[in-house]
Write a protein that binds this ligand. Structure first.
Ligand code: ATP
Length: 235
């Protein structure tokens, strides 16, 4: 459990054809269960860093480990499985499947990940029971669970996306500006719910936002420019 949730060493990311690195991070660690607020100017590479940590993007150089697993040593299919097992993503536009119900959206990671199903089993809960538990904790009325994602409000979609990220207890939750569509009160309320669930499951949270008002709610605030000597200087 003391293994860092994320460890980055000597990371470089240069986009093909670019004359300079987009990211150059010598060292970055996110502790197990730690909650970090990541900020930085538009275009500085925050989403790129999340994609690298998720193994969706391969670095030009350097090493990224998640829960002690070096992503670069995995084949691409093993990396996909590892991501499904260990990382919950919440995207800015939520990326829900609009034709599926809220319940089926939340259940999706359990369909792809035996590890998530096993963790639930060890906790003595079925995936369906966990959907109900998460919905209650995230303030989603149970009658909404049968509705298609496309028929939910933005705030409800956001909470469905959070439940989908959290189901089956991944050790790392990564959120890319998931509150930008909400007003300030709702942003704070959503963050309280998300952090409560991460604390309950012991998940680390890496949260990207442009809203400095949310920063005080985190263990640590990081500006990408302070850890990347290329951030924002890609040209
Ligand atoms: N697929 C890609 N190919 C080439 N360049 C890219 C690609 N994706 C992103 N970039 C460039 O990488 C840089 C960082 O982009 P990124 O989306 O990570 O920034 P960001 O900090 O998340 O920005 P924002 O706050 O606006 O979301 C930008 O200059 C962007 O144009």
């Amino acid at each position: 459990m003391s293994e860092a949730a994320v460890a980055v060493r000597d990371l470089r990311l240069r986009w093909p054809g670019a004359g300079a690195d987009c990211l150059a991070i010598d060292r970055f660690e996110l502790g197990a269960g730690e909650r970090v607020f990541l900020q930085g100017p538009s275009g500085s590479g925050k989403s790129t860093l999340l994609a690298l940590i998720g193994g969706v993007l391969a670095p030009t150089a350097g090493c990224i480990s998640v829960a002690g697993q070096a992503l670069g040593t995995l084949s691409s299919s093993a990396r996909d499985r590892f991501r499904a097992d260990h990382i919950g993503f919440i995207f800015q536009l939520f990326n829900l499947l609009p034709y599926l119900s809220a319940r089926d959206n939340i259940l999706l990671p359990c369909r792809f990940s035996a590890a998530r199903r096993e963790r639930l089993q060890r906790a003595g809960r079925t995936p369906d029971e966990e959907v109900l538990r998460l919905a209650a904790h995230l303030d989603l009325p149970p009658e909404l669970l049968a509705r298609r994602a496309s028929e939910l409000s933005v705030g409800q979609q956001q909470r469905v996306a959070a439940a989908r990220a959290l189901i089956g207890g991944p050790g790392l939750v990564v959120a890319d500006e998931p509150t930008s569509a909400l007003d300030a009160d709702r942003q704070a309320a959503f963050l309280d719910l998300l952090q409560g669930e991460c604390a309950a499951s012991g998940a680390a949270l890496l949260f990207v936002s442009h809203d400095p008002r949310l920063a005080a709610r985190f263990d640590r605030v990081l500006n990408l420019a302070d850890i990347s000597h290329a951030a924002g200087g890609a040209s």
